[in-house]
Design a protein around this ligand. Structure first.
Ligand code: SAH
Length: 494
């Protein structure tokens, strides 16, 4: 067997990245775009001692789990790893991924996991769910401006003005921008030379309010013939905000530091509603939190599933309006502001100062006065508060940015909260953070995770430290990709 050989493979398993796995001659092969149940003819692209990689050349017998993917570009784009899998099969894959990680990496017994794990919450509409899109702009062979996607692992742009995960408005907006560029001789940025003006078009859409924001990321200070573009864009129903963002760096970071609003408001508003978790319809309730979103703000990209995920988190927190609650890794305070409506006092911690500014502004916008926010690393802020109380110091002795915000609050409650909620990035919680959580001995811990591998690792530490895993529920926030969110609840036993 050698590179470029053609082999027949039966796909018997799938890896966490969505790749098909099959065996031939005792070697394990990983094959992108192959699905469990497929029999394929594959070309070997890489060969090691015990494993290799291969590419699908032909489907000999397609898996029963296949469906017709709606996007003709899904294999080239790389954004949707499992779009060719039927929706039900995708959900099963994600449920199994979480279950497998909890058993293998968390060391929990399979029977136990099956007794606490609830079925994954799927999407009613698995396409057009994203409220944010960022299209790179480039130039085609004929010299025309194009918008599209970077082909997987490259920097060449595949022209597409309609991604099926995004809203239909994206296409109209991109066509307007491209027509404006052509008519006014506006160049597209070229990564290789660092020359050219238009880099990216960022579009945000408020699912509840239907408000639209467009930000044009440019490699310059000004947009020539700006009015010609604004005149077009502002005719779109729902258009609220048009900005330019200046990014003159030779970098693949999309946004630069400076944003200038050139039409309308510098933000759009959207609402996140609490949903009723008593059955799988997740009906909307009257409780909603308003958010002002600027081009740079972090905001959840799938608002419908975020509502379900955070409503479950709130239910797991079991609040009765008296509790003190820490919300660690709070971002712009999405969960915190939900919690605040059912808790006595909420303390949010987040490492990005701008996000904390947004959280405070959003609290004020909603008339929420029982939420306080602190800038810093969870693994530093939490131990600091804990140590401060242990040494009997008075509130108000914290230094720096956080000083003003804590005066007058009960330090005792802060060191011994009733509930701690965490929603960390993929790498999970820092050991120092977990250690302090255990010392604080909250009645319940609600762990929201976007990576079930690090979740499994952290749950093991919390369970060894005196907690019992009570509930686990995956939520599909990103159909057609291999990503899955999980919300879990732990109860103190010792
Ligand atoms: N619940 C939030 C989002 C959580 S995403 C919301 O809905 O808005 C994870 C957040 O953790 C990000 O905002 C990230 O900036 C923040 N973060 C990353 N490392 C951190 C750390 N060590 N301490 C505190 N926050 C951190």
């Amino acid at each position: 067997m050698q590179k470029n050989d053609i082999i027949e493979l039966e796909i018997t398993d799938m890896g966490v990245g969505g790749e098909g796995i099959g065996k031939a001659d005792g070697l394990t092969f990983f094959v992108k775009d192959a699905i469990i149940g497929d029999t394929i003819r594959a070309r070997i692209t890489k060969l090691k001692k015990t494993y290799g990689y291969a590419r699908v050349e032909a489907l000999v017998k397609p898996s029963e789990l296949r469906c017709e993917p709606r996007c003709p570009q899904h294999r080239r784009c790389g954004g949707c790893q499992i779009q060719a899998m039927a929706p039900e099969a995708q959900l099963k894959f994600k449920q199994e991924k979480v279950r497998g990680n909890l058993i293998r990496l968390g060391g929990f017994a399979a029977d136990f996991i099956d007794s606490v794990m609830e079925p994954i919450v799927g999407m009613d509409e698995p396409y057009r769910y994203r409220n944010k899109a960022q299209f790179p702009i480039g130039t085609d062979r004929e010299g025309n401006p194009v918008a599209g996607f970077y082909a997987a692992r490259t920097h060449s742009i595949i022209p597409v003005t309609d991604c099926l995960l995004g809203v239909e408005e994206n296409r109209t907006i991109l066509e307007m921008v491209l027509a404006y560029m052509k008519e006014n001789g506006i160049s597209a940025y070229d990564e290789a030379t660092g020359k050219g003006l238009m880099r990216h078009v960022l579009i945000r859409y408020g699912f509840t309010t239907k408000e639209i924001m467009v930000a044009l990321v440019i490699n310059g200070q000004k947009l020539p013939a700006q009015d010609a573009l604004v005149e077009r864009l502002c005719t779109l129903p729902g258009m609220k905000s048009i900005s330019i963002n200046i990014n003159r760096e030779n970098t693949n970071v999309i946004l630069g530091q400076e944003t200038i609003c050139i039409w309308g408001d510098p933000y759009i508003t959207d609402y996140i509603h609490l949903r009723d978790c008593s059955d799988d319809r997740f009906a909307l309730t009257d409780t909603a939190v308003a958010f002002q979103i600027s081009p740079q703000s972090f905001y959840q990209v799938n608002p419908v599933q975020t509502e379900k995920l955070y409503s479950l988190a709130l239910e797991y927190a079991g609040l009765t309006e008296t509790e003190s609650v820490w919300d660690l890794y709070c971002g712009i305070g999405t969960i915190s502001l939900f919690l605040a409506q059912k808790a006595g006092q909420v303390y949010g911690v987040e490492i990005v100062p701008q996000a904390i500014k947004d959280a405070k502004r959003n609290a004020a916008l909603n008339g929420i006065t029982n939420a306080q926010f602190f800038v810093g690393k969870a693994e530093e802020v939490l131990p600091e508060f804990y140590a401060r109380n242990a040494s009997g110091a008075e509130p108000g002795e914290m230094t720096g940015d956080n000083e003003a915000s804590i005066s007058g609050s009960g330090a005792g409650d802060m060191s011994h909260p009733d509930v701690i909620v965490v929603d960390p990035p993929r790498k999970g919680c820092d050991p120092a953070c977990l250690d302090t959580m255990l010392k604080m001995q909250p009645e319940r811990i609600v762990y929201v995770s976007c990576d079930s591998a690090t979740l499994a690792r952290d749950l093991r530490i919390l369970c060894d430290g005196g907690y019992e895993l009570k509930r686990v529920r995956p939520v599909d926030q990103f159909s057609h990709t291999v990503h899955v969110e999980v919300v879990t609840c732990l109860q103190r036993v010792m």
